[in-house]
Design a protein around this ligand. Sequence first.
Ligand SMILES: O=C(O)CCC(=O)C(=O)O
Length: 247
Amino acid sequence: MPHLSCADKAFFKENGYLIRQDLLTQEQIDNARDAIWEGLEADRSNPATWIGAGPRVPVPSSHPAIRATVMESPVFSIAEELVGEGQLNPGGPGPNLVFPFGEQDWSGPSHGHLDGYYTPTNGVPEGTVGLFHVGTTIYVEDIKPQGGGFTLWPGVHRQAAEYFKTHSFLSIQGGTSREVFDLPEPLEVTGPAGTVCFWHGQMVHSGSRNCARNIRMALIARLSRKDLNDIRFETPDDMWQYWEGIN
Ligand SMILES: O=C(O)CCC(=O)C(=O)O
């Protein structure tokens, strides 16, 4: 049974993201949160120790409770409803934590980046690009405004598709959006534990400063098509050509 309506798909096409809060069970959320706490160097019962704690990736994406949030919930099926049934490589999300900063002077990010583009330090090999189709950011903790929310710039996926029709994928070092895209107001994604944000793989996004009490506990998956190597450097006239579920 499909999880997305025509209106959901139209919203994703226009805005490049879609937020759902009804996809994970409480048990899946609790298990993922417990797994993260097992790897943290902080005292779960003492918020003072959460400030500036670590590590940022306390458990691997292969941990069963972490992988389950994508592969044993409707999250993966929904990504395939967008891209096409049977088209995506299965994959778990990686934990991505933003620890409380301990101060209140919040300001949102002024610009973001696209993922998968080389910088000297980000591990992407020079001369390549690590494209994917659907990103999913899953919160396993309640995230309030100014609480380190995943931040995106709605609609910029369409600008990116246009840009790469006439520019090399290698032309934006680190995928940085500064001076390349005309950025609208950003959206800081907030919501209760269990909030899932699906985002287009060419969506400009960023982390943000966490001035809240809670640790920003997110799990981020980047789901790519099985035929990515065949189409990696294509920039079709119709940006939805390889999105059979939505085009
Ligand atoms: O942590 C976040 O909210 C954003 C993470 C991010 O920008 C990235 O992993 O590329």
